[in-house]
Design a protein around this ligand. Sequence first.
Ligand SMILES: Nc1ncnc2c1ncn2[C@@H]1O[C@H](COP(=O)(O)OP(=O)(O)OP(=O)(O)O)[C@@H](O)[C@H]1O
Ligand code: NI
Length: 373
Amino acid sequence: MSEPLLSVRDLKTQFFTEDGTVRAVDGISFDVNEGEIVGLVGESGAGKSVATSSILRLVDSPGEIVGGEIEFKGETIFGLEADDDGELRPRDEMLTEEEMRKQIRGREIAIIFQDPMESLNPVFTVGGQLREFIEINRGLDPDEAKAEAIDMLREVGIPAPESRYDEYPHQFSGGMRQRVLIAMALACQPDLIIADEPTTALDVTVEGEILEMVTDLQEKYGTSFIWVTHDMSVVAEICDRVNVMYLGEIIEQAEVDDLFYDTKHPYTSALLDSMPRPDRTVDELRPIEGVMPEAIDPPSGCRFHSRCPEAREVCREVHPEPRDLSEEGEALHTAACVKHDAFDVGYDESPPIDTQATGGFSAGFTETGGEAE
Ligand SMILES: Nc1ncnc2c1ncn2[C@@H]1O[C@H](COP(=O)(O)OP(=O)(O)OP(=O)(O)O)[C@@H](O)[C@H]1O
Ligand code: NI
């Protein structure tokens, strides 16, 4: 197999706040291969955005990447080594801040955010901004860059691109603005586009159209994507492989069909049960019980145990690292859950525990309530 385009190993990013250390990304590993759309999925606060900004080394104080390796096309975006005194310092071959700015960000790795108005300047025309971006990054002269900008607007499905070129961002709908950002991301022909929930704010029809367009463009240009979302139906629609995040960790990683039809982590099952599906009625929808604990003080053992319907005593004690649970000859499928035999820590003998998901509390209340009446 060829080298992955991007490889992330044991990445840790923390925020040093007054209340303590927030372990926003706590040792995640995953790859992105050429031409793949890789999903990063999980509830709000799971660490998806911190993970993607770490890849571009765009973590602001009080945040810091404190460990791990990020390799992109054989170059070291992040990597530490111990010096003679045992202190960790950046490895010599780690790209400098200037190299990140000039070579990587926007050019080789582009990023698209949820809110297009963060990236578009309201006082300049859409076309002007796109043209300038192409001029600067690709060294084209203004006329060539304008022609290219119009082509790109057409490419992302903006009708009458010649006339819309001179309009301002507020004259575009949310969906059209998001298409402009995709055009901008594609304009430098990057190898990787990171999309951080770009369709979350859009209505479902517009979202569907954009996802379809992205799939087409991906095939045409062969660009790799990391697609961040909390929505499993988006994952189903466009991803080849998926990483499920919970409280700073990747708890399951698989090809999209394996994730849906051979789910191995109870959190992934819970996410899937909470999602509307054509083959289910609304009554069958089950929201995930409880709230995600704070990343500043994660639960002991498995971080999901406090909300897990299958939690046992051992889950409170053992912190599982993801393991490959695929059969021989199958694609990689990792999960971090000790209910699988591969972990061999005594799950089967361990007594079940009450959690927010087993109805431990609510069952108690209903019983007493019933008796009182
Ligand atoms: N500047 C910051 N200072 C302190 N904590 C932060 C900061 N930025 C993020 N965090 C914390 O890091 C954790 C991960 O946040 P992140 O934004 O990556 O979540 P997310 O999965 O992208 O969620 P969402 O779906 O809401 O975008 C959260 O606990 C968040 O509170
Ligand atoms: Ni986010």
